[in-house]
Design a protein around this ligand. Structure first.
Ligand SMILES: Cc1ncc(CN)c(N)n1
Length: 218
Protein backbone atom coordinates (compact mmCIF):
# COMPACT_ATOMS: atom_id res chain seq x y z
CA UNK A 1 0.00 0.00 0.00
CA UNK A 2 1.28 3.50 -0.83
CA UNK A 3 2.09 6.03 1.87
CA UNK A 4 -0.84 8.31 1.04
CA UNK A 5 -3.28 5.41 0.98
CA UNK A 6 -2.02 4.35 4.41
CA UNK A 7 -2.42 7.90 5.79
CA UNK A 8 -5.91 8.21 4.32
CA UNK A 9 -6.95 5.09 6.24
CA UNK A 10 -5.10 6.01 9.42
CA UNK A 11 -6.40 9.59 9.48
CA UNK A 12 -9.77 9.02 7.84
CA UNK A 13 -11.67 10.71 10.70
CA UNK A 14 -9.74 13.94 10.32
CA UNK A 15 -9.88 13.80 6.51
CA UNK A 16 -13.64 13.30 6.63
CA UNK A 17 -13.88 16.16 9.14
CA UNK A 18 -12.14 18.45 6.66
CA UNK A 19 -14.10 17.35 3.59
CA UNK A 20 -17.57 16.80 5.11
CA UNK A 21 -17.63 19.86 7.30
CA UNK A 22 -20.96 21.44 8.43
CA UNK A 23 -20.10 24.47 6.24
CA UNK A 24 -20.05 22.19 3.18
CA UNK A 25 -23.19 20.38 4.40
CA UNK A 26 -24.96 23.72 4.65
CA UNK A 27 -24.16 24.44 0.98
CA UNK A 28 -25.13 20.90 0.00
CA UNK A 29 -28.49 21.01 1.79
CA UNK A 30 -29.21 24.61 0.80
CA UNK A 31 -29.36 25.98 4.36
CA UNK A 32 -26.23 28.16 4.14
CA UNK A 33 -26.75 31.79 5.06
CA UNK A 34 -25.39 34.42 2.73
CA UNK A 35 -23.28 36.08 5.44
CA UNK A 36 -21.29 32.85 5.97
CA UNK A 37 -20.76 32.49 2.25
CA UNK A 38 -19.54 36.08 1.96
CA UNK A 39 -17.23 35.62 4.96
CA UNK A 40 -15.74 32.53 3.31
CA UNK A 41 -15.38 34.39 -0.01
CA UNK A 42 -13.45 37.33 1.43
CA UNK A 43 -11.22 35.20 3.65
CA UNK A 44 -10.49 32.70 0.89
CA UNK A 45 -9.39 35.49 -1.44
CA UNK A 46 -6.75 36.44 1.16
CA UNK A 47 -5.79 32.79 1.51
CA UNK A 48 -5.34 32.29 -2.23
CA UNK A 49 -3.12 35.37 -2.42
CA UNK A 50 -0.84 33.68 0.15
CA UNK A 51 -1.17 30.34 -1.63
CA UNK A 52 0.43 31.70 -4.84
CA UNK A 53 3.90 32.37 -3.31
CA UNK A 54 3.65 29.00 -1.56
CA UNK A 55 3.11 27.27 -4.92
CA UNK A 56 6.01 29.30 -6.36
CA UNK A 57 8.19 27.91 -3.57
CA UNK A 58 7.09 24.37 -4.46
CA UNK A 59 8.20 25.02 -8.05
CA UNK A 60 11.57 26.27 -6.84
CA UNK A 61 12.06 23.20 -4.63
CA UNK A 62 11.06 20.94 -7.52
CA UNK A 63 13.62 22.59 -9.79
CA UNK A 64 16.35 22.17 -7.17
CA UNK A 65 15.50 18.79 -5.69
CA UNK A 66 13.54 16.67 -8.14
CA UNK A 67 14.49 15.10 -11.46
CA UNK A 68 10.89 14.43 -12.52
CA UNK A 69 10.61 16.97 -15.34
CA UNK A 70 6.92 16.38 -16.12
CA UNK A 71 5.94 17.41 -12.58
CA UNK A 72 6.83 21.00 -13.44
CA UNK A 73 4.05 21.23 -16.05
CA UNK A 74 1.42 20.04 -13.58
CA UNK A 75 2.44 22.57 -10.92
CA UNK A 76 2.80 25.35 -13.47
CA UNK A 77 -0.72 24.53 -14.69
CA UNK A 78 -1.87 24.86 -11.08
CA UNK A 79 -0.24 28.29 -10.88
CA UNK A 80 -2.06 29.41 -14.02
CA UNK A 81 -5.34 28.14 -12.55
CA UNK A 82 -4.69 30.30 -9.47
CA UNK A 83 -4.51 33.34 -11.72
CA UNK A 84 -8.04 32.52 -12.94
CA UNK A 85 -9.08 31.79 -9.37
CA UNK A 86 -8.06 35.27 -8.19
CA UNK A 87 -9.95 36.87 -11.08
CA UNK A 88 -12.99 34.76 -10.18
CA UNK A 89 -12.86 35.91 -6.53
CA UNK A 90 -12.82 39.54 -7.68
CA UNK A 91 -15.77 39.01 -10.00
CA UNK A 92 -17.75 37.04 -7.43
CA UNK A 93 -17.03 39.58 -4.67
CA UNK A 94 -18.17 42.52 -6.78
CA UNK A 95 -21.34 40.60 -7.77
CA UNK A 96 -22.14 40.05 -4.09
CA UNK A 97 -21.15 43.50 -2.85
CA UNK A 98 -18.08 42.28 -0.93
CA UNK A 99 -15.25 44.81 -0.88
CA UNK A 100 -12.07 42.70 -0.98
CA UNK A 101 -9.79 45.64 -0.09
CA UNK A 102 -11.62 46.02 3.25
CA UNK A 103 -11.33 42.38 4.36
CA UNK A 104 -9.46 41.95 7.62
CA UNK A 105 -7.84 38.51 7.79
CA UNK A 106 -9.33 36.37 10.52
CA UNK A 107 -7.05 34.74 13.11
CA UNK A 108 -7.61 31.24 11.71
CA UNK A 109 -6.69 32.54 8.25
CA UNK A 110 -3.57 34.32 9.55
CA UNK A 111 -2.48 31.08 11.21
CA UNK A 112 -3.06 29.10 8.01
CA UNK A 113 -1.20 31.66 5.86
CA UNK A 114 1.73 31.70 8.35
CA UNK A 115 1.84 27.92 8.13
CA UNK A 116 2.02 28.19 4.33
CA UNK A 117 4.81 30.74 4.64
CA UNK A 118 6.75 28.43 6.98
CA UNK A 119 6.66 25.77 4.26
CA UNK A 120 8.38 28.12 1.80
CA UNK A 121 11.60 27.90 3.85
CA UNK A 122 14.54 26.33 2.02
CA UNK A 123 14.81 23.92 4.97
CA UNK A 124 11.50 22.31 4.06
CA UNK A 125 12.00 19.45 1.63
CA UNK A 126 10.20 19.27 -1.74
CA UNK A 127 8.49 16.03 -0.65
CA UNK A 128 6.98 17.77 2.38
CA UNK A 129 5.85 20.82 0.38
CA UNK A 130 4.32 18.84 -2.50
CA UNK A 131 2.43 16.70 0.04
CA UNK A 132 0.96 19.87 1.57
CA UNK A 133 0.11 21.23 -1.89
CA UNK A 134 -1.76 18.07 -2.86
CA UNK A 135 -3.63 17.92 0.48
CA UNK A 136 -4.74 21.57 0.28
CA UNK A 137 -6.16 21.15 -3.22
CA UNK A 138 -7.66 17.71 -2.49
CA UNK A 139 -9.67 18.97 0.49
CA UNK A 140 -11.37 21.61 -1.70
CA UNK A 141 -12.00 19.17 -4.53
CA UNK A 142 -13.54 16.50 -2.27
CA UNK A 143 -15.54 19.06 -0.28
CA UNK A 144 -17.08 20.90 -3.21
CA UNK A 145 -17.65 17.69 -5.19
CA UNK A 146 -20.10 16.68 -2.41
CA UNK A 147 -22.14 19.78 -3.19
CA UNK A 148 -22.56 18.63 -6.81
CA UNK A 149 -23.78 15.10 -6.04
CA UNK A 150 -27.09 14.15 -7.57
CA UNK A 151 -29.16 14.36 -4.39
CA UNK A 152 -27.62 17.68 -3.29
CA UNK A 153 -29.80 20.77 -2.85
CA UNK A 154 -27.04 23.28 -3.54
CA UNK A 155 -28.64 26.67 -4.32
CA UNK A 156 -28.38 27.58 -8.02
CA UNK A 157 -26.39 30.75 -7.22
CA UNK A 158 -23.68 28.67 -5.50
CA UNK A 159 -23.33 26.01 -8.19
CA UNK A 160 -20.62 27.94 -10.04
CA UNK A 161 -18.55 28.17 -6.84
CA UNK A 162 -18.88 24.42 -6.24
CA UNK A 163 -18.02 23.62 -9.86
CA UNK A 164 -14.82 25.66 -9.63
CA UNK A 165 -13.28 23.03 -7.31
CA UNK A 166 -15.70 20.13 -7.62
CA UNK A 167 -15.44 19.67 -11.40
CA UNK A 168 -13.87 16.62 -13.02
CA UNK A 169 -10.86 18.49 -14.49
CA UNK A 170 -9.92 19.78 -11.03
CA UNK A 171 -10.39 16.22 -9.78
CA UNK A 172 -7.95 14.97 -12.42
CA UNK A 173 -5.46 17.71 -11.47
CA UNK A 174 -5.68 16.61 -7.81
CA UNK A 175 -5.07 12.98 -8.81
CA UNK A 176 -1.95 14.13 -10.72
CA UNK A 177 -0.73 16.02 -7.65
CA UNK A 178 -1.37 12.96 -5.50
CA UNK A 179 0.64 10.80 -7.91
CA UNK A 180 3.53 13.29 -7.84
CA UNK A 181 3.46 13.37 -4.02
CA UNK A 182 3.24 9.57 -3.88
CA UNK A 183 6.31 9.11 -6.09
CA UNK A 184 8.27 11.67 -4.14
CA UNK A 185 7.34 10.00 -0.83
CA UNK A 186 8.45 6.60 -2.19
CA UNK A 187 11.97 7.95 -2.73
CA UNK A 188 12.18 9.98 0.49
CA UNK A 189 14.00 8.88 3.66
CA UNK A 190 11.81 7.86 6.64
CA UNK A 191 12.47 11.13 8.50
CA UNK A 192 11.11 13.18 5.59
CA UNK A 193 8.06 10.89 5.23
CA UNK A 194 7.32 11.45 8.94
CA UNK A 195 7.59 15.23 8.47
CA UNK A 196 5.27 15.02 5.46
CA UNK A 197 2.69 13.10 7.50
CA UNK A 198 2.72 15.78 10.20
CA UNK A 199 2.30 18.50 7.57
CA UNK A 200 -0.58 16.54 6.01
CA UNK A 201 -2.32 16.48 9.41
CA UNK A 202 -1.67 20.22 9.98
CA UNK A 203 -3.25 20.99 6.59
CA UNK A 204 -6.38 19.04 7.56
CA UNK A 205 -6.58 20.83 10.91
CA UNK A 206 -6.17 24.24 9.26
CA UNK A 207 -8.87 23.40 6.71
CA UNK A 208 -11.30 22.44 9.51
CA UNK A 209 -10.50 25.73 11.29
CA UNK A 210 -11.02 27.61 8.03
CA UNK A 211 -14.50 26.14 7.59
CA UNK A 212 -15.29 26.82 11.28
CA UNK A 213 -14.26 30.44 10.77
CA UNK A 214 -16.42 30.68 7.64
CA UNK A 215 -19.41 29.57 9.72
CA UNK A 216 -18.61 32.34 12.19
CA UNK A 217 -17.74 29.83 14.91
CA UNK A 218 -14.34 31.21 15.88
C1 LIG B 1 -8.62 27.35 2.53
C2 LIG B 1 -8.43 26.88 1.12
N1 LIG B 1 -7.95 25.63 0.90
C3 LIG B 1 -7.80 25.21 -0.41
C4 LIG B 1 -8.09 26.00 -1.49
C5 LIG B 1 -7.93 25.49 -2.87
N2 LIG B 1 -6.96 26.20 -3.64
C6 LIG B 1 -8.56 27.27 -1.20
N3 LIG B 1 -8.90 28.14 -2.17
N4 LIG B 1 -8.75 27.73 0.12
Amino acid sequence: MGTIETWMKKHSLLYTGATNHPFIHSIRDGTIDLSSFKRWLGQDYIFVRAFVPFVASVLLKLWKESDESSDMEVILGGMAALNDELAWFKKEASKRGVSLSDIVPHKANIRYCSFLESLTSTEVEYTVAITAFWAIEAVYQDSFAHCLEEDSKTPAELKETCERWGNEAFGQYCRSLREIAKRSLEKAPDGVVSKAEIVFLRVLEHEVEFWNMSRGET
